[in-house]
Design a protein around this ligand. Structure first.
Ligand code: HEM
Length: 238
């Protein structure tokens, strides 16, 4: 390539109207238009509130999409490929937990102004959370089918974990995903109690006490239960 033909890196080459390829590929115009403008705010913390929720939805989208693909891979027998994706799902849910802290930066009194413009908007209608809740049982089913095909009870899988490395790793990835989702629920409950109180009713009529009870909910109770079996087994054999 001669000097005159050298590529001009300052010019965008992707389709679109934005001035740079970064803005075109990331679609920043559309993304940054997704928050209310300052003249629409009832309080300027609406930006903090929307950004925290919207970024949460994006991480949840990646979490459930990778979880769904991991399920398909397990069904195909590709346990290693599934593990690679599950590590990413786990990280997504883990990222959500510290992000919630941003909401504690709002004044609980001033947040009441924002609350008035949320309508019946509630996290129960979070597309990302609901998709994740849809994917988790199928993922668990795929794992248990693979375990049964290997002729293993859950207890045997843990006792003989070294002989069934991938299945063992898969079981641990599932419980980690479950653990992170539970941590999110606990943290979310704390934030809710700190911002609006623990004895009030949510925008969709749910008592906050009920959220408090939901923190004990797990997607894979059998994976938690098998720990009890292992402790009993160890005690019986010693
Ligand atoms: C000040 C901040 C927040 C408050 C006061 C709050 C309040 C609540 C309340 C009261 C509920 C129960 C349902 C209802 O009646 O509305 C709920 C549920 C929920 N919220 Fe929030 N929330 C906050 C932040 C967030 C954030 C940042 C997210 C996600 C990124 C989120 C996601 C959810 C989800 C997924 C549920 C359903 C919980 C479940 O199924 O266990 N919330 N929230």
């Amino acid at each position: 390539m001669t000097g005159s033909e050298a590529e001009d890196y300052s010019q965008p080459i992707l389709p679109g109207d934005a001035p740079s390829d970064y803005e075109r590929y990331i679609n920043t115009d559309a993304l940054l238009a997704l928050q209310k403008t300052s003249d629409e705010w009832v309080h300027r913390d609406e930006l903090l509130f929307q950004v925290t929720h919207q970024s949460g939805e994006l991480w949840l989208k990646l979490a459930w999409c990778d979880g769904e693909e991991a399920t398909r891979l397990i069904e195909e027998g590709d346990l290693r490929g599934a593990l690679r994706l599950l590590r990413r799902s786990i990280l997504c849910v883990r990222f959500l937990v510290p992000q919630l802290e941003m909401l504690e930066q709002m004044s609980p009194w001033e947040y009441q102004e924002i609350r008035k413009v949320l309508g019946h908007g509630s996290g129960f209608d979070s597309p990302g959370w609901n998709e994740l809740r849809r994917v988790l049982p199928r993922l668990g089913q795929a794992f248990h089918n693979a375990r049964r095909e290997a002729g293993l009870s859950l207890r045997d899988l843990y006792v003989q974990g070294r002989d069934y490395e991938q299945l063992y790793q898969l079981a641990e990835a599932l419980i980690e995903l479950d653990e992170q989702a539970q941590l999110w629920r606990m943290r979310h409950y704390q934030i809710v109690a700190r911002v609006i109180g623990d004895s009030v009713v949510g925008t969709q009529g749910t008592p906050v006490e009920l959220l408090g009870r939901l923190v004990t909910k797990t997607s894979y109770p059998e994976l938690w239960e098998v720990r009890n079996e292992l402790t009993a087994l160890s005690k019986a054999s010693s």
